[in-house]
Design a protein around this ligand. Structure first.
Ligand code: P6P
Length: 337
């Protein structure tokens, strides 16, 4: 029996808004816009096996990756709700080479810009593995009333006002963080609303799961190999034994890490000497969420959130999750530096 007294996402964000004097309500409206796009994406993701929305869109994105039709659909949904809302002056997307400046009277007065990966892990679409949407929200540094600019997007992750993700899995969940905390909302299809199911999420300080692509072991730096060996040889006496889980979908792996604890790693490899995962719309949002939830997120030498971006598509290595595991990791990985 579903408890009808559970707050919907809109009720929750409006209650948060009422606590903040002089708040404009734009952030509540922004999150509502994103949740609408998520519901529409969810419908298509859940029926991908039934209609001709599977497979490739016969285009490659700025990453040189084959774009799936659902990527294109999801990207268009995110842009549509943000462009026609009242809170966003422009966006950057994994799917687009350049930023999109909305440049209309309402958008130019909006306080925020949003960076997102509309459908991360999309290579897993055809095999029904959980995939997700990731977003980060920044207050503009450019003058309100005028079009936003690239400077609004090249801010370090610590400047995020909010960040979140939607995981399209056994259930569809929207998780978002502000500096007031991390909260998770599960989609109740019977009323078409995201409902508060995971209030005040905290990432456990320790964990029993490590998440890394073991197939690249030979390409990792010696210090990373050494740490992976340490993880594989933990016993009951020193916090083990650990389990390895790696789905190939960052949203799925990091949602598990946030809830159950553990460490997720995507280190440098010889194939990806700068790392594979993107700073602005994959690593920064999750680093913000995990830090607010009492976890840690590093690039091997510094906080992910302190990295000063030079371009919207730059990649970084990432070590993220339970505070004690990331600290232990750093003691090996930073040694190499
Ligand atoms: P690999 C998906 O393509 C993605 O960007 C992340 O979601 C995922 O964690 C990673 O790449 C998987 O990369 O090289 O292990 O297949």
């Amino acid at each position: 029996m579903i408890n009808r007294n559970i707050l919907t996402l809109d009720e929750f964000t409006i209650r948060q808004y009422r606590k903040i004097p002089n708040a404009s309500g734009e952030l509540s409206a922004l999150l509502r816009d994103i949740s609408l796009a998520a519901k529409r994406i969810n419908v298509e993701v859940n029926k991908a096996g039934l209609v001709d929305i599977l497979g490739d869109a016969n285009v490659t994105n700025v990453q040189g990756e084959q774009v799936k039709k659902l990527d294109v659909f999801s990207n268009n949904q995110m842009i549509g709700v943000l462009k026609h809302g009242i809170s966003c002056a422009g966006i950057a997307s994994e799917e687009l080479d350049d930023i999109v400046i909305f440049d209309d009277d309402v958008s130019n007065k909006s306080k925020y810009v949003v960076m997102f990966d509309p459908l991360d892990g999309s290579s897993n679409i055809d095999t029904n593995v959980s995939i997700g949407t990731i977003f980060g929200v920044y207050r503009r540094v450019s003058e309100l009333g005028k079009p936003c600019s690239v400077d609004d997007f090249l801010q370090p992750g610590i400047k995020q006002v909010a960040a979140g993700y939607i995981v399209y899995g056994s259930s569809t969940m929207l998780v978002y963080a502000t500096r007031r905390g991390v909260n998770g909302f599960t989609l109740d299809p019977s009323i078409g609303e995201f409902c508060l199911s995971h209030p005040d999420i905290i990432c456990p300080e320790d964990g029993k799961i490590y998440s890394v692509n073991g197939g690249y072991y030979s390409q990792y730096d010696t210090s990373v190999k050494k740490y992976i060996d340490i993880l594989q040889n933990k016993t009951k006496e020193n916090g083990g034994p650990l389990t390895q889980r790696f789905t190939g979908s960052m949203v799925a792996d990091l949602h598990r890490t946030l809830i159950k604890g553990g460490i997720f790693m995507y280190p440098l490899t010889t194939d990806n000497p700068n790392g594979k995962l993107r700073l602005m719309y994959e690593c920064n949002p999750f680093a913000f969420i995990i830090e607010i939830a009492n976890g840690m997120a590093l690039n091997g030498t510094q906080r992910i959130l302190d990295v000063q971006p030079s371009n919207i598509h730059q990649r970084v290595p990432i070590f993220i999750g339970s505070k004690n595991l990331v600290k232990e990791c750093l003691s090996y990985v930073a040694e190499k530096k």
